[in-house]
Design a protein around this ligand. Structure first.
Ligand code: UDP
Ligand code: MG
Length: 343
C-alpha cells in the first residue's frame, strides 16, 4: 500500500486535483524533482529557467530540490534561491547516497498529481514541461522523454548505451525504454506504487517501467551539460548497468548452466576423438599447449560463474539488511508567491 502522505490545506492558487486512488485532495498539480550533487555552478541558472516555465503554466506546483550530500556550496545556493509561484521544498540528505536514492527521496516527498524528474545541469530542457503536462492530461500515466540526439557525448558513450539497452531488454522480462534517462513524468498512482516497492537496490530506469500503465514517448535533443562535470565515469556507469541487469533478470544465472552444458558436450566429442586417435595411432604423449589452454579457459569460466552467483547472493544480503535508502538531515519548505497564474 502507498505510504501515508501529509495533506495540507490547498493554497489560494492551487487547483485541487483528486487522486483517483485514495480520493485525497492533492496539494499540488505538479511536482518537479531535482536531484543535485555538487551543482553550485548551475543551480541558479537552472532555477531561473525552470521558474520561468512554471510561472507561465496555470497550475500549482512545487519544486523539490534534493541535495545529495554535495561537498560544494550547492546547499547554500539552494537556500538562497529566489521565490517564484512554486513552493520550494529543499531536502538535504545526510551524505551522498547516489542519484537513485536522491530521486527516491524526492518521489517520497512529492505531493503532486503529476511528478516530473529532471536533471539540474540543464541537459533536460525545462521548456518541455508544458508539453509533458499536456500528454499527461491526455490520460497517460508515464511520459518518457527519449533522447533523439545526445549533444556533447562521446561516440563511445553513445555506442555503449545502444548495446547496453539491447542487452538489458533481451535479458529482462519487462521492457525498459531505450535511450530514456530519468527525465520523465509520472502520474500520482505510479509514484505511489514505486514508493511502495520494498526493494533497496533501486535501479530507477527499471522501477519506472515496472508498474506498466499507459506510457507515452516524447522525443527531445539532449543538450550538453551547462557547466561542471558529469558525475558518472565509466566504472560507475558499468556498475549501474550491471545492477540493472542483475536486479531485473535472473537469466545470467542460467548462463552458467548453458555454458556448462555446451562445454560438457564439446568435451565428450573431444574425448571420443582422442580415444579413437589413441586406438588407431598409439599414444605419443603430447599437447601441453592445448591442455593449458583448456584448463585456463575452464578455470576462467568457473570463476566467472561463481562471481555471478556472488552478485545475486550479495543482492540478497543487502536486501536482508533492510537499511533505509537514504537519511535526511534537513528539510525546508518555502511557500511560493500567491499571485494568480498569469496564463
Ligand atoms: N546526481 C546526484 N547524485 C549523484 C550523482 C548525480 O544527485 O551521486 C545528480 C546530478 O546533480 C544531476 C543528475 O543527477 O542533477 C545527473 O547527473 P550527471 O549530469 O552528472 O549525469 P549525466 O547527465 O552525465 O548522465
Ligand atoms: Mg547531466
Amino acid at each position: 500500500m502507498p505510504k501515508e502522505r501529509t495533506v495540507r490545506v490547498t493554497k489560494p492558487f492551487s487547483y485541487a486535483v483528486w487522486n483517483d486512488q485514495s480520493n485525497l485532495p492533492l496539494n499540488f498539480t505538479l511536482s518537479i524533482i531535482v536531484p543535485t550533487f555538487n551543482e553550485a555552478e548551475v543551480v541558479e541558472t537552472f532555477h531561473q529557467r525552470l521558474t520561468l516555465v512554471l510561472d507561465k503554466i496555470p497550475v500549482s506546483s512545487e519544486i523539490i530540490y534534493v541535495n545529495d550530500g554535495s561537498t560544494d556550496n550547492t546547499w547554500q545556493k539552494l537556500k538562497a534561491l529566489p521565490q517564484s509561484r512554486s513552493e520550494q521544498v529543499l531536502i538535504a540528505l545526510s551524505r551522498n547516497f547516489g542519484k537513485e536514492a536522491a530521486m527516491s527521496a524526492g518521489l517520497e516527498a512529492s505531493r503532486g498529481a503529476a511528478v516530473i524528474l529532471i536533471d539540474c545541469d540543464l541537459q533536460d530542457p525545462p521548456e518541455l514541461i508544458p508539453g509533458m503536462l499536456a500528454e499527461w492530461q491526455n490520460g497517460y500515466d508515464i511520459i518518457n522523454m527519449r533522447r533523439r540526439k545526445r549533444y556533447g557525448e562521446s561516440w563511445l558513450k553513445k555506442l555503449s548505451a545502444l548495446l547496453y539497452y539491447r542487452l538489458l531488454n533481451r535479458l529482462s522480462d519487462i521492457h525498459i525504454p531505450e535511450n530514456v534517462g530519468d527525465f520523465r513524468l509520472l502520474s500520482r498512482r505510479v509514484v505511489d506504487h514505486i514508493n511502495a516497492l520494498p526493494e533497496k537496490t533501486r535501479y530507477m530506469k527499471g522501477l519506472f517501467a515496472w508498474p506498466g500503465f499507459r506510457q507515452h514517448e516524447l522525443f527531445f535533443d539532449r543538450d550538453p551539460r551547462l557547466a561542471g562535470k558529469t558525475k558518472w565515469h565509466y566504472l560507475k556507469l558499468f556498475g549501474l548497468a550491471f545492477e540493472g541487469i542483475t536486479s531485473f533478470s535472473v537469466h545470467p544465472l542460467k548462463l552458467a548452466t548453458w555454458i556448462g552444458v555446451a562445454i560438457s558436450l564439446l568435451s565428450l566429442i573431444y574425448a571420443i576423438v582422442i580415444v579413437f586417435k589413441t586406438l588407431l595411432y598409439g599414444d605419443p604423449v603430447a599437447g601441453y599447449t592445448s591442455l593449458m589452454a583448456v584448463m585456463l579457459f575452464l578455470g576462467g569460466i568457473q570463476l566467472m560463474a561463481m562471481g555471478l552467483l556472488g552478485e545475486y547472493v550479495g543482492r540478497i544480503f543487502i536486501e536482508s539488511k533492510q537499511r533505509p535508502n537514504y537519511l535526511t538531515s534537513q528539510k525546508i519548505i518555502r511557500s511560493g508567491l500567491h499571485n494568480k497564474p498569469s496564463a
